[in-house]
Design a protein around this ligand. Structure first.
Ligand SMILES: NC(=O)c1ccc[n+]([C@@H]2O[C@H](COP(=O)([O-])OP(=O)(O)OC[C@H]3O[C@@H](n4cnc5c(N)ncnc54)[C@H](O)[C@@H]3O)[C@@H](O)[C@H]2O)c1
Length: 366
């Protein structure tokens, strides 16, 4: 049985006022006594199409924390899908519990039944705490699952496509900052050489850049460094490096009060989600420092584009072609930010909201 502290969802906010804050459409609390399932499915916006988003399994300290996570994640999925030109809305799910201990086939399949009952209004994929095998269990109960292995007719690992979109976004940001999208000779610091980071480095190495890398795992660093001739730097050292481009490809929140004044780069473009600790404060601070920030939820959308392309019968070529458009979308957003004198993350949100508002004249929900 999953043990979660039973606390008030929030000290000062009711569930409905939390939904109202960012205009979430629907939240489904899923409970099953026999399997111990406690899950929350959050549907933020379905104007453009069914809500898509990952299912995360995490040992949240409280129900309030789980709800907060699902509301936050689902909202960003709306923006990510809208700005990438996808006909999809934003959603997300969290299963409360320790993925190493509480996960069973029955629990996952029960969760699949809840997804099924939403009749396609929510389509899910793998996120933190979930594996491809877990998604196969969910798939046994509902067809509304994507991001499946190639053997099951899916697109397989989305990381190379996510890296390609990040690379496109980085080139667009370089064009804005340096007047050319060629990265030749540029000094680029990549933080996190996991799945996406390593594929990004492979693309960058072809452009003859000077690479600086850091990661928590030394064996991974050694491998990437010897393969691409990248210089290994310390995890804290990376922020103060004299580089042209900083690419956060590890965890979110690395652009914060402690790091922002140390940055010497002219461009930030990486795959990590939620790079700005506080999107308003740190988005504006980057603008004030003249650093071109390529909005994370736009340039890392290649992964989402890849899993969405499964829904119409997976085609790798078309997933890459759609991802390539991130170059143009990034330039459009950087231009909009300049024209309106706003920071680039805000410009990206505005552009996503504009598309949703326009299409809401055609239809209001899925
Ligand atoms: N995989 C995808 O398709 C995809 C798509 C969109 C966005 N993203 C985002 O991109 C980021 C990377 O995803 P991934 O799939 O490559 O994950 P991953 O777990 O394979 O790799 C992340 C790497 O970053 C390292 N890392 C974490 N924090 C670090 C820090 N502070 N300093 C240095 N290294 C650090 C980790 O050790 C790990 O090697 C994540 O934020 C993820 O949410 C991934």
């Amino acid at each position: 049985m999953v043990e979660v502290k039973d606390v008030e969802l929030s000290k000062d906010k009711s569930v409905f006022s939390q939904l109202a804050e960012h205009n979430h459409e629907k939240v489904v609390f899923c409970h099953d006594h026999d399997t111990g399932l406690k899950a929350i499915i959050g549907i933020h916006n379905t104007v453009l199409g069914p809500a898509i988003g990952g299912t995360r399994m995490w040992a949240y300290a409280s129900e309030a924390e789980a709800l907060d996570d699902v509301l936050r994640l689902s909202r960003w999925m709306t923006y990510k899908a809208a700005i990438s030109g996808l006909n999809m809305g934003g959603g997300s799910a969290v299963i409360i519990g320790d993925a190493k201990e509480a996960k069973t086939e029955a629990l996952l399949r029960k969760f699949g039944r809840f997804v099924k009952n939403l009749n396609g209004a929510f389509i899910t994929a793998e996120d933190i705490g979930m594996t491809a095998k877990d998604m196969e269990y969910i798939r046994m109960e509902t067809q509304h699952v994507t991001g499946l292995p190639e053997a099951m007719g899916g697109g397989g690992d989305p990381s190379p496509v996510a890296a390609y979109g990040t690379y496109m976004g980085m080139k667009a940001a370089a064009k804005k900052a340096f007047g050319s999208d060629s990265l030749q000779g540029k000094k680029i610091a990549v933080q996190g050489v996991g799945n996406v980071g390593a594929y990004l480095i492979e693309l960058l190495a072809k452009e003859n850049v000077q690479l600086f890398i850091t990661d928590i795992y030394e064996d991974r660093l050694r491998e990437v460094s010897s393969k691409y001739g990248a210089r290994v730097v310390g995890m804290n050292e990376i922020y103060g490096l004299e580089v042209d481009i900083y690419a956060p490809c590890g965890l979110g929140g690395t652009i914060n009060d402690k790091t922002i004044d140390r940055l010497k780069c002219k461009v930030i473009a990486g795959s990590a989600n939620n790079q700005l600790r506080d999107e308003t404060v740190h988005g504006a601070a980057l603008e004030a420092r003249g650093i071109v920030y390529a909005p994370d939820f736009l340039i890392n959308a290649g992964g989402l584009i890849n899993v969405c392309s499964e829904l119409d019968g997976y085609n790798r070529e078309s997933a890459y072609a759609q991802t390539e458009r991130i170059y143009k979308y990034t330039l459009d957003i950087l231009d909009l930010a300049e024209r309106e004198g706003i920071h680039t993350q805000l410009a990206a949100i505005k552009m996503a909201e504009k598309r949703i508002n326009n299409i809401s004249k055609v239809r209001s929900t899925y």
